[in-house]
Design a protein around this ligand. Structure first.
Ligand code: MG
Ligand code: MG
Length: 256
């Protein structure tokens, strides 16, 4: 495993990629309401990227499980029981849905990657609590990203919190190093053991992404070759930021 530590100039470029990515996500979230199609949301994100001379990092991304089916859109739009990799299309959002939007932006050759789960209109208390617990899992994971800690401390901080709240963490998909490619070393599972794994060092750029299910974290891929959903049809949520480890507190690179 080779974790690439970035220079100040590389981090500055990633900060701009992350900022543009955050602007795209924000524009999508601002447009979320009942009746909007996920294809319309995808067009909004694509427009923001174009306006900043940035490229969609997901578009054309190869499908490792089903070769010959590269990813066809700018964002992932995953609704309710869909966790990640939902392909935008004609489906329209409905009041009470929760929508997970993931976006990746390439700018000057480096990548920003972040995701949020948002409410469509008024949602159930159960859905709201799931979103809040998942958002907090990301905050805790970011807070664990300090020199002196190891990767296992980041993973464990997610798992301990999520399971303590009565939810499950997803095991098939993980956080990851990010920079010149979308998925660099290391993998960052959403479960793990404290004091294990690679030591965290300044300059490491990581995409942390807790994925949380209400029921069993048992997933399948739909017949569009991409959309990942829960087998039991239960709700799930996903939050993600790209961060850089510094000498003290981590810096979030995917802020508007
Ligand atoms: Mg992502
Ligand atoms: Mg990611």
């Amino acid at each position: 495993m080779a974790i690439i530590r970035k220079s100040a100039a590389e981090i500055a470029a990633m900060r701009e990629a992350g900022r543009i990515n955050a602007l795209a996500l924000q524009a999508v979230c601002d447009a979320v309401k009942p009746g909007v199609s996920t294809r319309e949301l995808d067009a909004i994100a694509a427009q923001v990227l174009r306006a900043h001379d940035a490229q969609p990092a997901f578009l054309g991304y190869p499908n490792n499980t089903f070769p010959g089916h590269p990813y066809p859109a700018t964002i992932n739009a995953s609704i309710n029981d869909e966790l990640v990799h939902g392909i935008p299309g004609q489906r329209r959002l409905r009041e009470g849905d929760i929508l997970s939007v993931d976006c990746g932006t390439t700018w000057e050759g480096v990548i920003g990657d972040s995701a949020v789960t948002v409410a469509v209109g008024a949602i159930s208390e159960a859905a709201q609590r799931l979103i809040e617990v998942t958002r907090e899992a990301l905050r805790l994971a970011i807070d664990a990203c300090r020199p002196g800690n190891r990767l296992g401390d980041v993973s464990a901080s997610i798992q301990e919190w999520v399971e303590g709240q009565g939810y499950q963490v997803v095991r098939e998909y993980t956080g990851h190093g990010v920079g010149y490619t979308m998925h660099e070393d290391p993998q960052i599972p959403n479960w793990g053991t404290r004091d294990r794994g690679a030591p965290l060092r300044p300059g490491m750029t990581l995409a942390l992404e807790p994925m949380v299910t209400v029921g069993p974290a048992d997933l399948f891929v739909k017949d569009d070759y991409w959309t990942v959903a829960t087998r039991d049809g239960g709700l799930c949520a996903h939050f993600e930021h790209t961060i850089v480890i510094t000498e003290d507190a981590p810096e979030i690179l995917t802020l508007p």
